[in-house]
Design a protein around this ligand. Structure first.
Ligand SMILES: [Zn+2]
Length: 446
C-alpha cells in the first residue's frame, strides 16, 4: 500500500516520553508509528531531521472575530495566525457581532467559517434566551457555553443566582460545560464608577477596579452555585493565587471543575503594564509577580488544567484610547504562545510533557474532542512539529493576525513551531501558509 505522507527521522512525544520514530499518515489519520524500515511507501516523504513532533496543539480560548468584527480579525487571518503559531485546533469565543447565542447564529457562523478556515475550529456559544434553547446549541456541537460575569452577553441574567443554577442544571443534563470569565460585575462597576467620578482614567485605576478580590469573589459565587448543579465549570484565564486556590479546593471537594491560565498572566506583570501602557490592558489584568508565580506553581503541581492564549485582536487605535475605560481589552497571542512556552522548556521551567498535557491532552479530554490529543494510529493526523533550538526575536510586524502588535514584541524566544499539520495536510511550514482557505474542519464536542 502507498500512504499519503511519511514523516521520517522524527522524535515524537508518545506515552509520556520522546521516542525516535517515523510517522505514516493516510486519509487524514495517523496510519502507523514505528521504525523507518517498517514504514509503508508514501506519496510524500519528509525527513524531519530529528525535529520533535507533538500531538497537534489546541487553543481553547480564541476570539476569531469576523462577521461584524472582521475589521479586527477574520476566519482566514485568525486561523492563519493559529497555524503560524503551531495550533491545529482553536475554539472561537461567542462575543461576536452578532453574538453567538442561538442555533441560528451558530449555524450562520459555521457557514461563514467553513470555506475560510485553515485549522480545525470549534465554537462556543453564549447562553441563549431561555434554557429550552440550550439543547439546540448542544446538538449543533458547541464546545461549551461561555459565561461573562463582567457584563451580560447572551440571554442569561448574571445577577440572578437562581437563573444561573437553573441554566447550570440544564447544561449538566445535556453533558456540556460552561466556561466562565470570572470577575464580579457589581464590585467592578462600583469601583469603575468611583474612579471615573474622581477623574481617574489611568491603568493603575483599571488594575484597582479589576482587583484580585473581584476575581475571587466571582469564582466563589460560581462555585457555590455549582455545588447544587454539579455541572462542569471551566474557569477561563485564572489570574490570582486565591482564585486558583478556590478552584483547587473545589476539585478536592469533588466538583467537576477545571481551569485555564494565559501566557499574559504567566509572562507579564504590572511592571510590564506600566512600561507598555494601555496596549497591555487585558481582562482580567496582568498581576504582580507573586500572583504570576502562584500560577506557575499551579502548572507545576497540576492544579492548572490547560494553557490557552485568549487571542483577542483589536485595531491598534482601539488599544490607545485616552481613557483606560475605553480601551478594548485583550491582545493577539496565537503567534507568541507556543514560542514563549517552548522557551521555558529550554530554561527548564517546563517539560515537553507539560506542554503536551496543557495544550493537547487535557484540552482534548475537557472538551471531548474525538481522535485528538495523542499521536497514535487511528487518531487524527493533527501534528505540531517544533524546533526547540530555533532562536528569534518576536516581531509583531510579521504576524498573520490583523493585529500586528504584541506586549511580547522584541522578546528573545527559543523554540518554535516549524510545521503545523492539520488532518494530514501541512498547513504551515517555516512560517509559510501552504494551503487554501477552507482546508480546516469544524470540530464538535463528542
Ligand atoms: Zn477571551
Amino acid at each position: 500500500m502507498v500512504v499519503d505522507l511519511v514523516l521520517a527521522n522524527a522524535k515524537a512525544y508518545m506515552d509520556g516520553k520522546i521516542v525516535e520514530c517515523s510517522i505514516a499518515v493516510d486519509r487524514k489519520r495517523v496510519f502507523k508509528v514505528g521504525r523507518e524500515t517498517n514504514m509503508p511507501k508514501a506519496d510524500v516523504k519528509t525527513d524531519l531531521k530529528g525535529l520533535l513532533v507533538l500531538p497537534g496543539l489546541i487553543d481553547a480560548h480564541v476570539h476569531l472575530r469576523d462577521e461584524g468584527k472582521a475589521y479586527k480579525e477574520d476566519f482566514c487571518t485568525g486561523t492563519a495566525a493559529a497555524a503560524a503559531g503551531g495550533f491545529t485546533t482553536v475554539f472561537d469565543m461567542p462575543n461576536n457581532s452578532p453574538v453567538t447565542m442561538s442555533a441560528e447564529t451558530l449555524r450562520n457562523r459555521i457557514v461563514a467559517a467553513k470555506n475560510r478556515i485553515l485549522v480545525n475550529v470549534g465554537f462556543y456559544s453564549a447562553f441563549p434566551d431561555g434554557v429550552e434553547r440550550l439543547e439546540g446549541l448542544v446538538r449543533e456541537g458547541v464546545m461549551g457555553f461561555k459565561l461573562f460575569m463582567t457584563e451580560q452577553i447572551g440571554g442569561l441574567d448574571i445577577r440572578d443566582d437562581a437563573a444561573l443554577l437553573e441554566a447550570f442544571r440544564f447544561v449538566r443534563e445535556l453533558g456540556s460545560l460552561t466556561a466562565v470569565h470570572a470577575e464580579d460585575e457589581h464590585a467592578l462597576r462600583r469601583a469603575e464608577e468611583q474612579f471615573k467620578l474622581s477623574g481617574r482614567n489611568d491603568t493603575n485605576a483599571f488594575l484597582k477596579a479589576h482587583s484580585e478580590d473581584t476575581e475571587v469573589k466571582a469564582v466563589n459565587r460560581l462555585l457555590y452555585i455549582d455545588k447544587e448543579a454539579c455541572m462542569h465549570l471551566h474557569f477561563c484565564h485564572v489570574s490570582t493565587k486565591n482564585g486558583l486556590y478556590a478552584v483547587v479546593e473545589a476539585k478536592k471537594a469533588g466538583l467537576p471543575v477545571t481551569c485555564e491560565v494565559t501566557p499574559h498572566h504567566l509572562f507579564l506583570s504590572t511592571e510590564d503594564l506600566r512600561r507598555l501602557g494601555t496596549l497591555a490592558v487585558t481582562m482580567p489584568p496582568v498581576r504582580n509577580k507573586a500572583q504570576a508565580e502562584a500560577l506557575w506553581n499551579g502548572i507545576r503541581d497540576g492544579s492548572v488544567d490547560i494553557i490557552a492564549s485568549d487571542h483577542a485582536p483589536h485595531v491598534l487605535a482601539e488599544k490607545e484610547a485616552e481613557k483606560v475605560w475605553d480601551v478594548k481589552v485583550g491582545v493577539p497571542e496565537l503567534e507568541t504562545t507556543v514560542q514563549l512556552l517552548l522557551t521555558e522548556v529550554k530554561r527548564g521551567r517546563l517539560s515537553v510533557g507539560d506542554i503536551v498535557r496543557l495544550m493537547s491532552e487535557r484540552p482534548s479530554e475537557i472538551f471531548r474532542l474525538k481522535g485528538k490529543g495523542v499521536i497514535k494510529s487511528g487518531f487524527d493526523a493533527d501534528l505540531t512539529v517544533v524546533d526547540l533550538d530555533k532562536k528569534q526575536r518576536v516581531d509583531a510586524a510579521f504576524f498573520r493576525s490583523k493585529a500586528k502588535y504584541s506586549p511580547f514584541d522584541g522578546r528573545m524566544v527559543e523554540g518554535k513551531a516549524v510545521k503545523t499539520i492539520v488532518r494530514g495536510q501541512v498547513v504551515m511550514e517555516d512560517g509559510e501558509i501552504l494551503v487554501k482557505p477552507g482546508s480546516g474542519e469544524i470540530v464538535r464536542r463528542a
